[in-house]
Design a protein around this ligand. Structure first.
Ligand code: DOR
Ligand code: ZN
Length: 333
């Protein structure tokens, strides 16, 4: 069996910085033509200069790839900067609630503090990308607890395009169904495949720990139903977030799942098993681009059925599905 899809987009990816970036980026560009690059690097992307420097750095490592840049929303980002951020290549600003995840200590404490910035983003046509979790709520309820903040923004800024990133719960899926067309959502491959039992059911597996945490079977079913319904507001964003093994296998281990090397073949397998292979192309190569108002990628990616075992480590990072079999591989053309 072979499957051909338009070259896909990853609408949520962490490439990090410094020396490891080239390896992470190479794993991504094997599969993806473009990626929406998250700005939560150690030195955050908050200025037009940082956006263009980071973009140039990525392009130097992977010239054939198109990085879609973002800036991180902090108190330092004044509304007057928005137009220059856009000119520097940013297509979205990312809002992190303070303390919700990796490098978010400079995140927001109240969305209301950023209304002047959101107003400028709405005017300039930039997308507001949201890490939708209230870190003060119990861990399994964090995403749902933040939805009222999203609702506030949507009502206040009816023309602002907004993406709830890495949706993980059935309540958020229902919430999205009731939202206007300006509200989209990314879904990761790990939230489509895993539940808490994979993380904790037979010995703790820190390499499957991420924010938001994977949840119950009912939540996973709701995510699958959303994707398999062909609803254009749900599109693929891997949230592939590499952390070196020693940062995961320790006390207070970091959140993040490294899925870039396996995301597309695992999605293909899931879609095929659910009789939904005809929908894979739109989920990975059309809905995200359309939401962001981007042209569709040229070219095709062909997968062929030829099982392989995922390596136990990539550049010191344990990937999703390490040591397990994957049914499809990329056909080299
Ligand atoms: O699991 C996660 N890891 N979730 C995020 O939101 C951030 C990411 C990271 O940067 O490590
Ligand atoms: Zn992320």
């Amino acid at each position: 069996m072979t499957i051909s899809i338009r070259r896909p987009d990853d609408m949520h990816i962490h490439l990090r910085e410094g020396k490891p970036l080239a390896s992470y980026a190479a794993d991504t560009t094997q599969w993806f033509a473009r990626g929406l690059i998250m700005p939560n690097t150690t030195s955050p992307i908050t200025t037009p200069e940082a956006v263009s420097q980071y973009r140039a750095y990525i392009l130097k490592a992977v010239p054939a790839f198109t990085p879609l840049m973002t800036f991180k929303i902090t108190r330092d980002v004044k509304p007057e900067l928005v137009s220059a951020l856009k000119k520097a290549g940013a297509v979205a600003g990312k809002y992190y609630p303070k303390g919700a995840t990796t490098n978010s200590g400079d995140g927001g404490e109240d969305v209301g503090d950023f209304y002047p910035l959101f107003q400028e983003m709405e005017r300039e046509g930039l997308v507001l990308s949201i890490h939708c979790e209230d870190p003060t709520a119990p861990v399994l309820e964090r995403e749902v607890a933040f939805l009222c903040q999203v609702e506030r923004i949507v009502h206040r800024f009816p023309r602002l395009k907004l993406v709830i990133e890495h949706v993980s719960s059935k309540e958020t899926v229902s919430f999205l169904k009731g939202m206007p067309e300006t509200v989209g959502a990314t879904i990761t491959v790990h939230h489509l495949l895993l539940t808490l039992d994979d993380l904790l059911g037979s010995g703790i597996n820190p390499h499957l720990f991420c924010k938001p945490i994977v949840k119950t079977k009912a939540d996973r079913e709701a995510l699958r139903a959303a994707v398999f319904s062909g609803d254009r507001r749900f599109f693929f964003g891997s949230d592939s977030a590499p952390h070196p093994r020693r940062m995961k296998e320790c006390e207070n281990g970091a959140g993040g799942i490294y899925s870039s090397p396996v995301a597309i073949p695992l999605l293909a397998e899931l879609f095929v098993e659910n009789g939904a292979e005809a929908l894979l192309n739109d989920f990975t190569g059309r809905f995200g681009a359309e939401f962001y108002g981007l042209p569709l990628n040229e070219g095709t990616l062909t997968l062929t059925e030829d099982p392989w075992i995922v390596e136990s480590e990539y550049h010191g990072v344990v990937p999703l599905w390490a040591g397990r079999s994957v049914r499809f591989r990329r056909m080299l053309t």
